[in-house]
Design a protein around this ligand. Structure first.
Ligand SMILES: [Zn+2]
Length: 412
């Protein structure tokens, strides 16, 4: 009897030790997880969850160009106007515009150290401007500010004086897409410049270009897309002063593009709905539809599927290069665009088309027609979002939360 009691006590002690070890393990790993993933947990929870699948095509680099560009824009708008969602809204291509180009007749001033520019309101650009405005009137286009131009003029001119190729580019009506990558950046810092003065110059330049947008289109620019996603807080200040309140980001901020073309990241993860220190609303666009680079309709649909499962809008980045390179490229891109639109509406009949500005307004106002406030759905979506956070799955397994998550999934 005594030895039976002794055995029972040992068994109980053993069980209690196991429970204690599991509890300590679970507590330590939970604490470590909270510390390590705190920012991601909070950001993914705060980020708005959308009721419906949302699709927007964000198309960059449009600006002054030959009449063929106007033809490409007209074709694109006509294609988009053949579709609409349940509310009657056409799919929208946002056009991120570079407002000027070097004057092809005389790109440099007589002293040779400044650019002569023509902007979209120049009489030669009437066909392009008219095609843009027609698309806006048809609600197939919505306009964003990309920049005065797709480069920093001082840097470009410096290179033009040293390299034959860049000088030739200035005098040959070539597209900015053909410039070396490091020259395609509008807000790259200029080495050896007085930083305080540079900050003032950036703020003023950003303000001036937003005001030029307003002068050309008779309404203020509201959304900015920084070229190559390189920008800085001084630029934001100028934009904000001129009326811009939304910035499209790739999910982080870069402050320069190095000579080898790589980008220098200076921020943590940016989430849709985050506010910049100057109060601008950030949106995230990190999926691509570039048929000239080999992207297909299937890639676009896959992005839509993934973003929808995460309760996020799908902002598909694309460039004018897809539509202006040649008639074949144009046709190829339009065919894939039609497949995306047709298949997406079949798969998600509740799919919504809108433009980036309206999306930002829905976020700012917490519009319940767009944003979901149901706690159970938000938890589900939050959990799904966390699964794409690097090392989260490993932590779930090691900490034991994987088991808890399985039980939670069955309950909610
Ligand atoms: Zn661009």
């Amino acid at each position: 009897m005594l030895s039976y009691c002794h055995g029972l006590t040992n068994h109980l002690i053993y069980q209690m030790n196991v429970i204690a070890i599991i509890s300590i393990w679970f507590t330590i790993w939970t604490g470590l997880g909270l510390l390590f993933f705190f920012k991601a947990i909070r950001a993914n929870w705060r980020e708005p969850v959308f009721h419906h699948p949302i699709l927007i095509f964000e198309s960059d680099d449009w600006g002054p160009g030959p009449t063929e560009h106007a033809d490409a824009l007209n074709k694109l708008s006509k294609t988009l106007s053949g579709y609409h969602d349940k509310s009657g809204q056409h799919p929208c291509f946002t056009l991120a515009l570079q407002l000027t180009a070097p004057d092809p007749k005389q790109p440099l001033t007589t002293s040779g150290n400044q650019l002569n520019r023509i902007d979209l309101s120049h009489p030669d650009q009437a066909p392009v401007l008219s095609a843009i405005n027609a698309g806006v009137a048809d609600k197939t286009f919505s306009l964003h500010l990309h920049g005065l131009e797709h480069f920093r003029a001082e840097t470009l001119l410096e290179h033009a004086n040293q390299k034959e190729g860049i000088f030739h580019w200035l005098t040959s009506r070539a597209e900015t897409e053909s410039l070396p990558p490091m020259l395609q950046t509008r807000w790259n810092p200029i080495a050896h410049h007085d930083q305080t003065r540079q900050a003032r110059v950036d703020t003023k330049s950003a303000y001036d270009e937003a005001k030029l947008f307003e002068k050309i289109f008779s309404h203020p620019a509201q959304v900015a897309v920084p070229p190559c996603f390189v920008w800085n807080p001084n630029v934001e200040q100028g934009w904000q002063k001129a009326g811009i309140s939304v910035v499209v980001t790739p999910g982080c901020r870069f402050d320069q593009r190095r000579d080898d073309g790589t980008l220098s990241r200076v921020s943590g993860a940016i989430h849709t709905g985050d506010l910049s220190p100057t109060g601008l609303l950030y949106l995230v666009r990190d999926r691509y539809f570039e048929p000239y680079l080999g992207h297909t309709a299937e890639d676009g649909l896959h992005a839509l599927s993934e973003k929808t499962a995460q309760g996020r809008p799908t902002l598909l980045e694309t460039h004018r290069a897809n539509f202006i390179r040649s008639a074949e490229h144009n046709q190829h891109a339009l065919e894939h665009l039609k497949i995306i639109l047709t298949e997406a509406q079949k798969k998600w009949p509740e799919l919504r088309f809108t433009n980036t500005w309206n999306l930002a307004q829905a976020i700012r106002t917490g519009d319940p027609q767009w944003i979901c406030f149901d706690t159970i759905r938000r938890i589900r979506i939050w959990w799904h979002r966390m699964e794409s956070v690097p090392r989260w799955r490993k932590w779930l397994l090691v900490s034991g939360w994987w088991l808890v998550s399985r039980l939670m999934k069955e309950k909610i």
